[in-house]
Design a protein around this ligand. Structure first.
Ligand SMILES: Cc1cc2nc3c(=O)[nH]c(=O)nc-3n(C[C@H](O)[C@H](O)[C@H](O)COP(=O)(O)OP(=O)(O)OC[C@H]3O[C@@H](n4cnc5c(N)ncnc54)[C@H](O)[C@@H]3O)c2cc1C
Length: 326
């Protein structure tokens, strides 16, 4: 019997955990991603001699299923605990301690995604612009190569809600309405390289009453560049207010804001706008399948914006769809 073919759009942690479950259940899975690499919002940017995680900063583990997966990642050396000194900044700086174990990818935040992607049929640098239905099968149209010669029995969207809606719109009212229900907020991010180490007594700080809400010494994380690099992430409120501002103008704000917090100018920097960074209101949906249209969605936006929630959403869809197609 020929294996059922499933197309997955999105090689972030949700798409990859879903693909893993489906392959284990015996399906023929092909994954597409518009990025040059995998990992989506779990990403790491390399520059000449420095680099930084500019999306997810670390992740925590609560769910037993995810704990099992994290154990594998630990054994495979693609994650490690990060024991950076933490602080809370609210006009003044106060030391912050808790019992939470914070994990980071090694040597970059995208390492677990790279690990999960091994052995999959994966096409990166393919932006899916449309899906087409013909004789009961789905094919995908890409920006780079037009319509590809695939005939999928089922299509999965493991991408942020706004992007999923754009592709699903004509084909499934229930999934389209679901996408509409999940509002995602932006995040302006600064990655900074400093010639001299900053003499601050913390490596990561939760910031209040400032344009930034998080700042971290990326080079403190395990297996990172020896050069002093920092990441600063603007709050959802500030990012929403400045989402359509010209890059040159926003760069000025971001670098000035960094100086205001640390007392230091960046020697080199890069900025990045995550237009769909985080979900506004957590949901308890896991995933959704439209069996009539043969389409399904997964991703952090169906639960909460954490690496753990995204992984779980993909995992549960993989399990759920295997049941439906059995
Ligand atoms: C700035 C920031 C900070 C964060 N901090 C943390 C943190 O500290 N801890 C934590 O646990 N979580 C954090 N998160 C959240 C976490 O990164 C996400 O919840 C999780 O990575 C989402 O995974 P996903 O697979 O659902 O989506 P994504 O990672 O967004 O994956 C979707 C993938 O789909 C691809 N794609 C989209 N559209 C198309 C298309 N049309 N065609 C082809 N490919 C497409 C994208 O390139 C991407 O690779 C943060 C996120 C951001 C942005």
């Amino acid at each position: 019997m020929t294996k059922k073919k499933i197309g997955v759009i999105g090689a972030g942690i949700a798409g990859l955990s879903c693909a893993k479950e489906l392959v284990s259940a015996g399906f023929d899975v092909t994954v597409f991603d518009k990025g040059r690499g995998v990992g989506g919002r779990m990403s790491h940017r390399h520059f000449e001699n420095w680099g930084a995680d500019h999306g997810a900063q670390y992740f925590t583990v609560k769910n037993p299923l995810f704990a099992k997966e994290a154990e594998i990642w630990l054994k495979e050396n693609v994650i490690a605990p990060w024991q950076g000194r933490l602080a809370k900044i609210d006009n003044t700086v106060a030391e912050y301690q808790d019992e939470v174990i914070r994990y980071v990818g090694t040597p970059g935040m995208n390492a677990p995604a790279k690990y999960l992607a091994q052995g999959h049929k994966l096409h990166t640098s393919y932006t899916v612009t449309e899906i087409k239905r013909s004789q009961g099968y789905w094919s995908v149209v890409t920006k780079e190569c037009g319509e590809l010669e695939y005939a999928f029995d089922f299509m999965i969207f493991a991408i942020p809600s706004v992007q999923a809606k754009h592709l699903i719109d004509r084909y499934s009212t229930s999934l389209r309405d679901l996408c509409d229900s999940a509002k995602m907020l932006p995040c302006w991010t600064l990655m900074a390289y400093l010639k001299n180490p900053l003499s601050l007594n913390f490596d990561g700080a939760f910031v209040k009453n400032h344009m930034y809400s998080w700042i971290a010494r990326d080079s403190d994380k395990p297996e990172r560049s020896i050069y002093e690099s920092w990441v600063a992430q603007a709050s959802p409120e500030w990012s929403t207010e400045h989402v359509d501002i010209a890059p040159a103008e926003v760069e000025l704000y971001l670098t000035e804001g960094f100086k205001d917090l640390t007392g230091c100018e960046c020697d080199l920097y890069q900025t990045h706008l995550w237009r769909y960074a985080r979900l506004e209101t957590p949901q308890e949906l896991n995933y959704s399948i439209d069996p009539h249209a043969k389409l399904a969605v997964c991703g952090d936006w169906l639960r909460n914006s954490t690496v753990e929630d995204a992984w779980l959403s993909g995992y549960y869809l993989g399990q759920g769809l295997s049941e439906v197609l059995r």
